[in-house]
Write a protein that binds this ligand. Sequence first.
Ligand code: C2O
Ligand code: CU
Length: 449
Amino acid sequence: PAESAATGGGTGRSSSSTGVSVADLRGADVPAPGGTRRQYVLTAQTTTVRLPSGREIHAWTYNGQVPGPPITATEGDLIEVTLRNTDIDDGVTVHWHGYDVACGEDGVPGVTQDVVAPGEEFVYRFRAEQVGTYWYHTHQASHRAVRRGLYGTLVVTPRGEQIDEAGASVEQVDLTLPVHTFDGTVVIADQDGRTDHTAPAGTPVRLRLINTDSGPHRFALAGTPFRVAAVDGRDLHQPGEVSDTGLRLPAGGRHDLVFVMPDTPVALVLDNDHAGGLRLRPDDRAGTVGADTAVEDTSGWPVLDLLRYGTPAAVPFDARSRADRHFTMVLDRGVAMVDGRPTYAQTVNGRGHPSIPDQLVAEGDLVRFTVLNRSLETHPWHLHGHPVLILARNGTPSSGSPLWVDTFDVSPGEVWEVAFRATNPGIWMNHCHNLPHADQGMMLRLCYD
Ligand code: C2O
Ligand code: CU
């Protein structure tokens, strides 16, 4: 299929029906009072990169590193990123996955901006108003470009977080851990490629897990009880402590795990590989590191059901009230007419991108999606620009904390109900985050009229 179309490779930018160009819907260009301006330059370039295993790969990178430079800010700061392209012939952009920026900052080539070709640049500006764990990646030919390395992490911390009631700074260990598969090898490591860490016993620890792959990963945290503090960057309401419990992280998704460092080692096991993963060992104040011990077998642990985890709380709309717009998306694959030609495609309601009708909403609408998977593959469904509230899976309503996500995994045969308020005008991609599926047609647009 037309790869350039499926991943937004067009050159003409889109306009809404009122004729306003979405490229003109730009973010704030000054920090909030008290915030600072955080400036970054991301230079897209081909680079040979050494993985933690020692293996060298031919990668596509931001600034010669995989992941790209970590982007961090404090709530209220202005994030200003200058993207340049040295030699990525496909062209590049930066999409802020899960971050609800103004549409003109969303990084979708052919829709919110022109693709950045070699020798060109584009400046993104937005205020860090959402606290939490996010990531960024190119949205051009993303099925190959993200796999090859054009991604990085985005973490925004609350203002004043490091200060306790007495005004003293609270020490904590905070690790941002993107997971990525290179040529069949799954890597979880911090920005410097480290998989071995230490923390003084008694220290609060936060692990920010980010799935940058196109399929789900299973995690298990062995050696300590823990809480899932946040999902897709948004805090859960009163999440309880769990142990001997696995986690399933959808493609594109994030989980923040928190616990207090015990005086024994902790292991983060990824996809039941008990030799790999990440190790955290206690040390004493003199820096003497305790010994590692064998990791218990976590493969039989049940997977946490996030729809029943945490405590219910109020949400800004009545989830049972009638939606202003209700869209049903049936996910399947087969031969569909795409651009007037019969094409084998990943389909939504029997059609492939760009032949799937736009979903039209008005500002302020309560929008509901019913997503039904008739295929034999999992589809991690992702909407740009808006977190969605999970209402139900297979007819069973969510009964735990309100669960706001930007990506939810629709397994074969499942039906999901989600809702959101349309409060961010523009044109937004709505697609499967298995990026090859998006490339093969499973992508449409949600447009404000
Ligand atoms: Cu993380 Cu449209 O993407
Ligand atoms: Cu899919």
